[in-house]
Ligand binder design. Structure first.
Ligand code: CAA
Length: 296
């Protein structure tokens, strides 16, 4: 397994390309937008600089890793020699199904097709291809170069052999893979999203303010970020769409998204990416400032 194609060069895609290239794999990074690809390479280079300044990567390793990444705006060209494709496009069902139909057509028949989806059914994605036993979930966590976990999701038809290959490959990336079955939210988001939703309900019902809720979880439970800051970091629209997958998939009202979350997303307050969610974000500043909408 040498040639990896990564589809989508946003936050997750560029992090995945970074980690594969750093560990010696040749990466074809594919995106429909040439400008987005250029931005992704700049981001990868900056994130590798952090590692260089910490001494965890040498300057020459950085240069060789960057040279192993080639960018493509054509999906057909970007996957035609792939041993493994990791799809990290926008979390949208019809877009993903369309991409997998094309991957099935253009990637070599021996290639494994993986999705970094955070909640869309791997079984459903696999069903639009002629190789469902070679389709699997490879769910990285943000920031990809930092977080050790890869949640490896077996679809209903994923073979043992393909699962083993992806578990071993994840270890080669210095990650800790965990094998899980394909049910709504898998494991990570089935547990994380109800916690975030409950934190939003706690705010909505006036039990405590934004920084109080986050401080309880940071200092009381040793979480690196409180749940409201983490929701902003993940994207409130992404949190809402995962909660809807859980709610629809299990039909259980305990997963119903908090109306405050729904309102914030509808109003365009989606967290870090829009500059405001529970907190306000200023580019270049690391200060955590509670949004005036929630300050007392
Ligand atoms: N690339 C490379 N290195 C990075 C990086 C990146 N994108 N982002 C941060 N780092 C490195 C920093 O250089 C720093 O390195 P050292 O420890 O060697 O100094 C380290 O990570 C910590 O970064 P910072 O000092 O900038 O900031 P921090 O201490 O506040 O940590 C954080 C930042 C790692 C993001 C930490 O706050 C954290 O772990 N937060 C929780 C993240 C989390 O839960 N992620 C999962 C989200 S859920 C998901 O992704 C899946 C889903 O389906 C929704």
């Amino acid at each position: 397994m040498k040639a990896i194609s990564v589809i989508g060069s946003g936050t997750m895609g560029n992090g995945i390309a970074h980690v594969f290239a750093q560990h010696g794999y040749h990466v074809s990074l594919v995106d429909i937008s040439a400008a987005q690809l250029e931005k992704a390479i700049t981001t990868i280079s900056k994130n590798m600089d952090r590692q260089v300044s910490k001494g965890t990567l040498s300057e020459s390793e950085k240069v060789s890793a960057l040279a192993r990444i080639i960018t493509f705006t054509s999906l057909e060209d970007g996957v035609k020699n792939a041993d493994l494709v990791v799809e990290a496009a926008t979390e949208n069902m019809s877009l993903k199904l369309d991409i997998f139909r094309q991957l099935d057509q253009f990637a070599p028949s021996s290639a494994i097709l993986a999705s970094n989806t955070s909640s869309i059914s791997i079984t459903k994605i696999a069903a639009v291809t002629k190789r469902p036993s070679q389709v699997i979930g490879m769910h990285f966590m943000n920031p990809v170069p930092v977080m050790k976990l890869v949640e490896v999701i077996r679809g209903y038809a994923t073979s043992d052999e393909v699962t083993e290959i992806i578990m071993d490959l994840s270890r080669n990336l210095s990650k800790e893979p965990v094998e899980v079955n394909d049910y709504p939210g898998f494991v990570a988001n089935r547990i994380l999203m109800p916690m975030i939703n409950e934190a939003i309900y706690t705010l909505y019902e006036g039990v405590a303010g934004v920084s109080e809720i986050d401080t309880v979880m940071k200092l009381g439970m040793a979480h690196p970020m409180g749940p409201l800051q983490l929701a902003d970091f993940i994207g409130l629209d992404v949190c809402l769409s995962i909660l809807r997958v859980l709610h629809d998939g299990f039909g259980n009202p305990k997963y119903a998204p908090c109306p405050l979350l729904v309102n914030m997303v509808e109003a365009g307050f989606k967290g870090v990416k829009t500059g405001e969610g529970f907190y306000q974000y200023t580019p270049g500043s690391k200060d955590l400032v509670v949004s005036p909408r929630f300050s007392k």
